[in-house]
Design a protein around this ligand. Structure first.
Ligand code: GLU
Length: 464
């Protein structure tokens, strides 16, 4: 069975790149009917915070990235790492290195002076240290005995064949002098213990992979398959950062994007299925394959996200869209119970806005009596138009309360008062909504209660 994992370091919010990596690992597991595991890589105690863990859990829950196992915390697995290190020491796969910081600095200086890349010279490798007494007072680090010859090759599911010469790889420190295991080592122990078959992660980890593969092999284990996903770039082609605007996934929740749209949009950053642009979570799961991931970095595009969100809003059933809108009405200070069904309002507005925040903003007059600006309205209300609107208000008392009947009445009143239909509709729009921009006014009126519409017209006319 396929087993993938998402292994975030909880040092901040879940950013778009991290969410995209999580999504790919999740979608791959779901497509393959495998398991998706969440592992919190919190060995860096100074930078890891419970708030950051919670932010990751919240963002994954919002996106609907459910996991089958975990969350596992590296901080709770220290005994296990310690045991593997002891075992590696006993088997000669790792050794204690007593080089002091001064010696390390001297080695670096000498190598740099010769124009070489600074690297550990293997002076405490068991074969070279044999018979040498460890210095007193030096707490050793523990290094993995990397192979000297040959190379590490893997067939990356995204990037193709990658090869590193072993001669380029230092003997990796797997435990610091205070005994704490290092990041690359913990990842190997975890991926092995959790029986991960596919590691899908950001390509900033490509340089770690040959070291991790060597440790797997030294332990007699078969390394997982690797898929290194290119970075998400900002619209200007630079690495995505705070200055590109919102980079935390949850900021998009706050801005009124649907989780399904966010999933669709994130999947399309660097993955494609034919020319499909708008798709559901289920379609993504049905289609997802590693072969569809582009090896080239892809850019974030805010306009595209807005478009994808609107397309999802347009495709949703009214009730579901209404349910999505309600929390945003509340956040906008509106009482959803004080107006029409949110689904009906959403259907009326969804062609005009691309986020739920904008939709809630555009919906205010359905839930609250608007302030009517008098200045513009005064100019619209010529004597003939005022007479027409006054007449209309009377006849609203008896008309059938449907969009069709209201539309017909607006036109009839305009004709009888010898003005254009728009000359009646525009002031009615202002009087009822407090704005000059609404969906078709007959549709707006039909959603509001008859007495509300009449009262707003009467009050507005009286104030102008
Ligand atoms: N904890 C690492 C990160 O957040 C991911 C490591 C991995 O996926 O192997 O970048």
């Amino acid at each position: 069975m396929i087993r993938t994992r998402f292994a975030p370091s909880p040092t901040g919010y879940l950013h778009l790149g991290g969410a995209r990596t999580a999504l790919f690992a999740w979608a791959f597991a779901r497509h393959q009917q495998g398991a998706f595991i969440l592992r919190i890589e919190d060995t860096d105690r100074e930078r890891s915070t419970p708030q950051a863990v919670q932010a990751i859990l919240d963002a994954m829950a919002w996106l609907g990235l459910d996991y089958d196992e975990g969350p596992f915390y590296q901080s709770e697995r220290m005994a296990r790492y310690r045991a593997v290190i002891d075992d590696m020491l006993a088997r000669g796969l790792a050794y204690r290195d007593y080089m002091t910081p001064d010696e390390l600095a001297a080695l670096r200086d000498a190598q740099m002076a010769r124009g070489e890349k600074p690297r550990y010279d293997g002076r405490w490798r068991p074969e070279r240290a044999a018979g040498r007494a460890p210095p007193t007072g030096v707490a050793p680090v523990i290094r993995f005995r990397n192979p000297d010859a040959g190379s590490v090759v893997w067939d990356d599911a995204v990037k193709g064949r990658i090869e590193f010469a072993n001669a380029e790889l230092d003997d990796l420190v797997i435990a610091r002098s205070d005994g704490t295991p290092t990041y690359n080592f913990c990842v190997v122990v975890d991926d092995a213990d959790m029986q991960i078959t596919h590691v899908i992660r950001g390509d900033d980890h490509v340089n770690n992979t040959p070291r991790q593969i060597n440790i797997f092999r030294a332990l007699g284990l078969v390394p997982p398959q690797y898929a290194h996903v290119p970075t998400v770039l900002g619209e200007d082609g630079a690495k995505l950062s705070k200055r590109h605007g919102a980079v935390s996934v949850m900021e998009y929740e706050a801005s009124g994007y649907l989780p399904a749209a966010m999933v669709n949009f994130l999947a399309r950053i660097g993955w494609a299925h034919g020319d499909a642009e708008i798709f559901s979570r289920d379609e993504l799961v049905a289609w997802f394959d590693l072969a569809g991931i582009s090896p080239a970095p892809s850019r974030f595009n805010a306009d595209k996200l807005a478009w994808v969100n609107q397309e999802h809003m347009k495709r949703m059933a009214p009730e579901a869209l209404g349910r999505s809108l309600i929390p945003y009405l509340v956040r906008a200070g509106l009482d959803p119970a004080a107006g029409p069904d949110a689904g009906a309002v959403a259907v009326l507005l969804r062609d005009r806005v691309s986020t739920l925040v904008a939709m809630a903003d555009a919906a205010h007059y359905f839930y609250r009596t608007p302030a009517v600006p008098r200045d513009g309205l005064r100019e619209l209300l010529t004597p003939a138009v005022r007479a027409g609107v006054t007449d209309l208000e009377q006849r609203l008392g008896a008309v059938a309360w449907t969009r069709e009947a209201l539309g017909a009445l607006l036109k009839a009143v305009a004709a009888e008062h010898k003005v254009k239909a728009g000359e009646i509709m525009m002031p009615v729009r202002w009087l009822v909504s407090g704005t000059g921009h609404t969906p078709a006014i007959d549709a707006v009126l039909a959603l509001l209660p008859r007495e509300t519409v009449r009262a707003r017209i009467v009050a507005g006319l009286a104030s102008v």
